[in-house]
Design a protein around this ligand. Sequence first.
Ligand code: GRF
Length: 212
Amino acid sequence: MTVSPLPIAILISGSGSNLQALLDSQRYGIDFVISVVLSDRPGVKGLDRAAEAGVETEVVPWSGFDSRSDFTAALCDAAMGYGAQALVLAGFMRVLTPNAIERFPDAIINIHPALLPAFPGAHAVEDAIRYGVTVTGVTVHFVDEQVDHGPIILQEAVAVYPRDDVESLHARIQSVEHRVLPVAVAAYARGILTVQGRYVRWDQAAGEATTR
Ligand code: GRF
């Protein structure tokens, strides 16, 4: 039985350190292949990281579209044009419209720097510090129609220390992100994740029976 790597598109908006973690993880396995890195803005470091790794890149500029829906459609078109069968939002700071979910059902993964459902939105690390929590963390989840809401693939806690500021806490959160995102994406690509309502089941046997 031959199992070919799953082609995926990575969507970024900035530094792309999570993209780098995914690129680096490919040294240890070939569950997925990054067909293209898409950015909503030009000139970001993540595009350089992709180019250095020899991965195709394309900018789909947020400002170039009349509506969020048109922007989402253009991103999906671009991803599919490179053969991608799944999207990974790795520091992608735009909200997609439901047309993305129709085109990639249970096939869009997001990483969020908090333990959802706590602290959704674009300022999760700052919000956690402001709230005074002593534990926050990382969530990797499937994307559904609501922001930072879909079924959870995995979560890991990160302690908040009394002297933390946004920068120090985010750095610790990111070191966890860089470890867990490749694990989640590889599991998805191996076909061992099944979405059942709010739950994501991990089933090694399912993966062994899957041929792509
Ligand atoms: C990550 O912390 C991610 O959780 C959040 O944005 C950050 C992106 O970092 N959504 P990078 O671009 O991967 O370095």
